[in-house]
Design a protein around this ligand. Structure first.
Ligand SMILES: *Cc1c(COP(=O)(O)O)cnc(C)c1O
Length: 495
């Protein structure tokens, strides 16, 4: 069962539970398991099964020390009535291609798939008396989507609490309201005077503050943890929807079990697309994974040149959840692609930390490129893609999905290989940018834009988003960066 270790060393072997509880390895590496390729999931046996049964099979393979009954309970809670579609991640035709909708969860972003599950896995990680006595406080700095999805996932989950910091004035009005109206007795939300990077750095500093950690443990029995996508408990639930997509293609009669499929994935931290690689390692016939970036195209440059270079300007775009210069989950892909060579991964990650750049040996790059394609879209192309997708298919996409749509259109289509575009957010999360792209009138508030968009396209805004206009805000705290640690202590005292 102790099959998890850091991408940078095999000195310490952990169970899935321990890896989820810790989040990140002490040496800075990410937890990986060498047992993954020992499992081959029998895809044929899942065709026609509900999402929940596919989840039980895939999560059972990836997190072997959770027993069947525990997983079944987590899955029933995570993928229940809070989803607006019984298929959880429905697959829909889009011209000659397909779109996999990942945004039908409670916060209308794909992060719900993972963040409805992670808290349930996390609250079952205590394995001894000391841990059973502890409560876990999740700390998150957010540029928008993650904060709300994490709040929604952790709200009122026993044994846990969550504190979210967002940069004041730097998230959209809808995103701000989504967070400040969050219910739950274990949640805290605060705006921070500064930008996202400031807030993120301060959260990292709190994690590194051993003195504060000791005080929280002694005085309140609270340990800090992260809901960031480096946690293996966040990655594993995302592997499920690749299987679910494939099964839906088979059910439609559009592929036979064993046929290759290509997935095009809007990418930031490399979590979503990495889950596709995990699905392949578990036996799903994934032919190619296309990494789609926005103007922050560090992954495109890496996949075309073999050099990962974070010394570059950062662009704030209309696809904020993909505005990332350090794609943390890439490290896991490098580990498996480099035949589990922890020393090589260590070297590359040291170079990245110290020189802000690393190089990939050519044979490794060739191997990576045989599976991972890439492309990127600038903001003009994103807006045009939203327009052309609507004109050609009468399907409305958000700016993140539009990056993927643009990239997919540019790649020559092999008629023998079905292509699936992963759609990561509801267009109603970004009603202004989407309405502008469709040439609609955008005077008024974001809620006016939602109504305009609904009327023009014959679609409906998710109720939870539209109702924010009348929801009452619970949190109006605005603090300086220097006071974030203090706020965490106060929140911990009330857990
Ligand atoms: C987080 C996010 C992404 C990027 O996903 P990664 O796992 O970070 O690659 C894309 N689109 C939306 C809407 C997101 O919230």
């Amino acid at each position: 069962m102790n099959t998890f270790h850091s991408t940078r060393s095999t000195d310490e072997m952990l169970t899935a539970r321990q890896a989820i509880r810790r989040g990140l390895a002490a040496d800075g590496g990410l937890y990986v398991s060498d047992a993954i390729t020992e499992h081959r999931i029998d895809v044929a046996s899942l065709v026609g099964a509900p999402y929940q049964r596919i989840a039980a099979t895939v999560l059972g393979a990836l997190l072997p020390d959770y027993d069947e009954a525990e997983l079944a309970q987590c899955i029933a809670e995570a993928y229940g009535e809070q989803w607006s579609d019984p298929a959880i991640t429905p697959l829909k035709p889009l011209g000659d291609d397909y779109v996999l909708e990942l945004f039908n969860g409670p916060t209308s972003a794909f992060k719900d798939v993972a963040l409805q599950m992670l808290p349930r896995l996390m609250s079952r990680t205590a394995t001894n008396a000391k841990e059973r006595d502890e409560r876990i406080m999740i700390l998150t700095a957010t540029s928008g989507d993650t904060g709300k999805a994490a709040l929604s996932g952790f709200a009122d989950v026993p044994g846990t609490g969550i504190t979210v910091f967002y940069p004041q004035g730097k998230v959209s009005p809808v995103q701000k309201l989504q967070m400040t109206t969050q219910s739950g007795s274990n949640v805290t939300v605060a705006a921070v005077r500064g930008n996202f990077d400031d807030a993120q750095s301060a959260v990292k500093a709190i994690f590194a503050d051993h003195e504060q950690a000791r005080r929280l443990a002694d005085e309140h029995h609270v340990v800090l943890s992260s809901a960031n996508s480096i946690n293996i408990g966040r990655l594993a639930p995302q592997v499920v929807y690749y299987f679910a997509a494939y099964c839906q293609l088979v059910e439609r009669g559009d592929v036979s079990v064993g046929d290759g499929v290509e997935f095009c994935v809007p990418t930031g931290n490399f979590g979503d697309v990495l889950a596709g690689y995990y699905a392949k390692m578990l036996g799903l016939p994934v032919k190619h994974l296309i990494v789609a970036s926005d103007r922050n195209k560090v992954l495109f440059d890496f996949l075309t040149t073999g050099t990962y270079d974070r010394k570059r300007p950062f662009y704030q775009t209309i696809s904020p959840s993909m505005d990332i210069l350090v794609s943390s989950n890439l490290e896991r892909m490098l580990y498996y692609m480099a035949d589990r060579d922890t020393r090589l991964v260590n070297m590359m990650m040291n170079d990245l930390a110290e020189e802000y750049v690393f190089e990939t040996p050519t044979p490794l790059l060739d191997k990576i490129r045989s599976l991972f394609g890439c492309g990127w879209a600038d903001e003009t192309q994103v807006r045009e893609a939203i327009g052309s997708c609507w004109n050609d298919h009468h399907y409305v996409i958000d700016p993140h999905t539009a990056c993927g749509y643009f990239v997919m259109q540019r790649i020559p289509r092999d008629p023998a290989t079905p292509r699936v575009l992963l759609s990561t957010a509801s267009p109603y999360k970004f009603p202004r940018a989407v309405s502008e792209s469709l040439g609609l009138d955008t005077t008024g508030t974001d809620f006016t834009c939602m109504d305009t968009l609904a009327k023009a396209t014959g679609t409906t805004a998710p109720k939870a988003l539209r109702d924010l206009e009348w929801a009452s805000e619970r949190f109006d705290t605005v603090i300086d960066i220097d006071h974030m640690g203090e706020l965490v202590s106060r929140a911990a005292a009330h857990l």
